[in-house]
Design a protein around this ligand. Structure first.
Ligand code: ATP
Ligand code: MG
Length: 392
């Protein structure tokens, strides 16, 4: 029955003169999301509204699913659009709509007419009263309830007439591409995909970097990260994933530095390399999945030591989240099942038995001096041999 969707958007409506930039980004992201849906669509913008029109048969569930993943969308209303051919025709269309939409007519309803076209001969109140009566006559099981209706039937009289009664929630947030770019440190774990999703939801375009350590970490562990990037890309759009071979740097740290400081020093090198690619790609910040106190390398002291190597701001959207809260989001965005696959992670292979939980920055820097003369070449090689995967 539905050949169109009325797209409701929230925050972007309040952005003043920038509004059209946000609307255009939203249209672009909707087009991108619908590319993977069977059917032909086109999108129109009119009077502060966005419509998705189907130009062919299409898969309704797939289309709705794709739209519920476009940041910036607050609600998706499957809508019937009709020409204005007088009230009698309108009444007929509304009755057909109710009949087809609700097999079981045992519901309470309220008419929500709005007359945007001021030349229409009846005002909103009159339209409401007349249509309400027609529905009650035709479907005697229905009842009117103006305070707490189960169904609100919207009839908007514009150049054309819009009839709809359902609003499927969208993800909210802001359209991807409206807030600059940031570099996500993406591991195979639960937290970093969630962190990337959260920042992307604010309109930020995501690039990613993954550190792998062959042969200690397998091809399957890398594939898992590519798969996670794909899942984040469903929301965030295409992701340029940098795969850095981190083995030699890790071995050098392992051989030269105190083992209890391994993780912190390694994390500092990860941040440095991530920042290198971030700057190259014009990113305005780094993103990690760190959360205070979750592991030794995420105490306040450890975070301070890791942060110290970066010039760019580091965004840690799950910093104050409990693991359960992070898991809940990962389940919602469908990354959880992939994240818990049991492949090894470079952080767990070179892990010390008793890592420092309150690292001292001076001591860390002193340990890092033991790498001088060796690490510079390894750092350069790691950057030069980085593989780039365009994840869609
Ligand atoms: P996650 O679930 O995101 O892996 P975690 O709880 O396992 O997090 P750590 O392993 O300490 O925590 O990593 C902290 C953060 O550092 C991660 O959220 C991620 O942003 C980054 N990180 C860790 N390992 C890697 C890696 N191999 N490649 C890229 N980023 C990584
Ligand atoms: Mg991890």
């Amino acid at each position: 029955m539905f050949q169109a969707f009325l797209i409701k958007y929230g925050e972007i409506a309040i952005k003043g003169k920038n509004r059209y930039i946000f609307e255009n980004a939203l249209v672009r992201q909707i087009e991108f999301a619908l590319e993977r849906v069977e059917g032909e669509f086109h999108i129109t913008k009119e009077q502060g509204r966005i419509y998705v029109h189907a130009d062919s048969d299409y898969d309704y569930d797939e289309a709705v699913d794709a739209l519920t993943k476009v940041f910036g969308i607050v609600g998706i209303c499957p809508v019937v659009i009709k020409e204005d051919e007088g009230f009698d025709k309108l009444a007929e269309d509304v009755l057909t709509f109710v009949d087809e939409q609700y097999e079981d007519k045992n519901f309470t309803f309220k008419m929500m007419a709005r007359r945007a076209k001021k030349t229409y001969p009846m005002d909103s109140m009159e339209v409401n009263a007349a249509l309400g009566e027609k529905i009650l006559d035709k479907f005697p099981e229905t009842k009117v309830d103006v305070h707490n209706p189960e169904v609100k039937i919207f009839v908007e009289i514009r150049e054309q007439i819009n009839i709809y009664s359902e609003e499927i929630p969208g993800p909210g947030g802001m359209p991807t591409g409206t807030s600059g770019r940031a570099m996500l440190l993406l591991s195979g774990g639960i937290d970093s995909p969630v962190a990337g999703y959260m920042v992307a939801k604010r309109g930020v375009t995501i690039d990613a970097v993954y550190f792998h350590a062959p042969p200690y970490t397998s091809e399957r562990a890398k594939q898992k990260v590519v798969d996670l990037a794909k899942k984040v890309a469903v929301y965030a759009g295409p992701i340029k994933l940098h795969v850095v071979n981190f083995t030699d740097i890790q071995l050098a740290i392992y051989e030269n530095c105190p083992h209890e400081e391994l993780t912190i020093i390694m994390r500092r090198y990860m941040m440095k390399i991530a920042e290198h690619f971030a700057k190259e790609d014009g990113c305005l910040g780094l993103i990690t999945g760190e959360s205070i106190g979750q592991v030794a390398s995420q105490t306040m002291q450890s975070l301070q030591c890791t942060n110290e190597v970066c010039e760019l701001p580091v965004f840690r959207p799950v910093i104050a989240f409990d693991k359960n809260d992070i898991i809940a989001i990962s389940e919602k965005i469908d990354t959880y099942e992939t994240s818990i696959l049991p492949y090894e992670d470079c952080c767990t292979i070179f892990v010390a038995k008793h890592p420092v939980t309150k690292p001292n920055l001076k001591s860390i820097k002193k340990s890092e001096m033991k790498l001088e003369g060796k690490i510079e070449d390894l750092y350069k090689t790691a950057i030069e041999t980085t593989e780039i995967i365009e994840v869609k």
